[in-house]
Design a protein around this ligand. Structure first.
Ligand SMILES: C[S@@+](CC[C@H](N)C(=O)[O-])C[C@H]1O[C@@H](n2cnc3c(N)ncnc32)[C@H](O)[C@@H]1O
Length: 509
């Protein structure tokens, strides 16, 4: 076998951002499980960091901490390194390394308080997976937190025949061609021989959605020789050898049993073994993707201290996301299905958070409730609002954070205007990043180039033309130039008058 050990590495991965992997989100997810992890001056490892953008966005928000990204694909490391250097980030290091080799000397790059592995462990060969977990287990400091996201059964059961055909097609074809050939065969089978589709109802929607998904994601999802979703119970048992203990989920709504129906709850409560119980939860939700948290040794705070730490956690409104329209409830989706947050209760929290752009402590939200027994409902609401993106963690903004955020964003904006596929803006005070549309980047680039907002419209039109891109309105492409200008005028007004000042206060500009 060559250096890839069966991993599909013919092309680079996407330039993704995953809020659940950001240090303060990890800290909150661990805290609600009763485990404490450091808020500052920590070391953070991203094992299998891909293009490294996620790590860079995390590093910008925590200049007092150290970030290390490891990946065996040279093009990923080249990208991460170049981006970090261009942006002048001093607290992030990218290392070209293979889990198999690193497991032989796990502390070669030091020890860590946080380790994340996003989308890796169920796509690699068994011996590589063992090496990866050995590396994490040894490199984590006692009390350290490990985030492991992966494909799981039962949710992926229906897709097994499709992935198998992709691999068979790969005998004679390259990655994307193999994927397309398997998809064509499955589309035809769905029409002329639907027996398998009837037996595996999830298959049809998985095949349908392929057309809208990013191809860089698809080939790394399906073309891997060792694509192997696992049951949560197996993952929990497998990690024990590496001294890693299951804490709970980082997909925040899934942390709450009370979101299950009464009947499911009754079934769960009959189960005394926590691992079997966790497995039953996944059966109840047909779980397909988990974001699990483990600890290398639980660091439980005494109840009084835990309440203090939770109360001390600071949050802010997300300036890029407005409240649900027309008095609708706050709706989020997760493995637990659809969760509806009560409008009046959630609005009262949002109103309080809106009052202070420097961040509001969870304790202040708890104090809003007359009855102290309502503290758990407030903690749960904070988790749901974080998951839904209406609020974000918040920290005291330092000059170093603003310098890092501004420098990254200046570079990302210029790169997007030159055709780069970046989609996330560094917002250090909010502990990570926020999504950006193409035209947002173009306006930001104008701002960085010192162009007066009055002259942004022709400048944005020029960039759109150069990149051969158009605008959308109401889900339709805009053909008419006067409509295009009207759409842009509105965006410029909103971006320059409300979004930019908020982003600037949060260290993005
Ligand atoms: C699906 S990608 C996820 C990348 C990144 N975590 C993200 O979500 O954007 C899996 C990553 O694992 C890396 N990888 C696979 N096998 C590896 C190995 N043996 N050693 C180091 N990195 C490996 C790949 O190069 C790829 O970047």
């Amino acid at each position: 076998m060559d250096w890839k050990h069966g991993y599909f590495a013919e092309s680079g991965y996407t330039y993704g951002y995953y809020p659940e992997t950001m240090p303060m989100r990890l800290r909150w997810a661990a805290l609600i499980q009763g485990h404490t992890a450091p808020p500052s001056k920590f070391r953070y490892l991203d094992a299998g960091c891909g293009q490294g953008l996620n790590l860079i966005l995390a590093a910008a928000a925590h200049p007092d901490s150290e970030f290390v990204g490891i990946d065996f694909l040279p093009e990923h490391i080249a990208h991460g390194k170049a981006l970090a250097e261009t942006c002048g980030l001093k607290n992030v290091t990218f290392i070209e390394g293979d889990f198999l080799e690193l497991a032989e000397d796990p502390t070669l790059h030091g020890s860590f308080d946080y380790a994340v592995c996003h989308g890796i462990s169920t796509w690699i060969a068994p011996e590589v997976k063992t090496a990866l977990f050995t590396l994490i287990g040894r490199a984590l400091r006692p009390g350290g937190v490990f985030y492991n996201s992966y494909n799981t059964f039962p949710g992926w059961l229906g897709t097994v025949p499709f992935q198998h055909l992709v691999l068979l097609e790969q005998r004679g074809k390259t990655g994307e061609k193999a994927l397309d050939a398997a998809r064509e065969s499955f589309k035809a089978l769905g029409e002329c021989a639907p027996g398998m589709f009837n037996a595996l109802p999830a298959l049809e929607s998985r095949i349908k959605v392929l057309e809208q998904q990013d191809r860089a994601y698809l080939v790394q999802e399906y073309n891997n020789h060792y694509w192997q979703p696992v049951f949560v119970s197996k993952m929990i048992d497998d990690l024990k050898y590496a001294k890693l203990t299951y804490l709970g989920t980082a997909t925040l709504p899934e942390a709450y049993d009370n979101l299950f129906s009464k009947e499911v709850l009754q079934l769960l409560n009959k189960q005394g073994d926590p691992v079997v119980r966790e497995q039953l939860r996944d059966y109840a939700t047909n779980q397909s993707f988990r974001r699990d948290l483990y600890a290398k040794g639980r660091l439980s705070a005494w109840p009084g201290k835990l309440a203090e730490l939770l109360g001390d956690f600071s949050i802010s409104l997300n300036p890029a996301q407005s409240r649900p329209e027309n008095d609708q409830p706050y709706v989020v989706h997760s493995g637990t299905g659809e969760t509806r947050g009560d409008r009046k209760f959630y609005d009262s929290l949002m109103d309080r958070i809106a009052k202070d752009s420097d961040g509001v402590k969870v304790a202040d939200l708890i104090r809003l409730r007359k009855n102290p027994n309502e503290a758990p409902s407030v903690l749960q609401a904070v988790s749901i609002l974080l998951h839904g993106g209406w609020i974000t963690p918040s920290s005291n903004l330092s000059d170093a954070m603003t310098t890092a955020g501004t420098s990254i964003n200046r570079h990302l904006a210029a790169a997007v205007c030159a055709g780069a596929p970046y989609r996330y803006l560094s917002v250090p005070q909010l502990g990570g990043a926020l999504p950006m549309r193409d035209t947002d980047w173009m306006m930001l680039d104008c701002r960085f180039r010192g162009i007066d907002p009055k002259n942004w419209l022709p400048e944005v039109v020029k960039i759109l033309k150069r990149l051969n891109r158009g605008l959308m309105k109401g889900g339709e492409p805009v053909a008419d130039e006067s409509v295009r200008d009207e759409v842009l005028r509105e965006s410029i007004e909103e971006f320059s008058k409300s979004r930019l000042p908020a982003l600037s206060r949060a260290g993005a500009i």
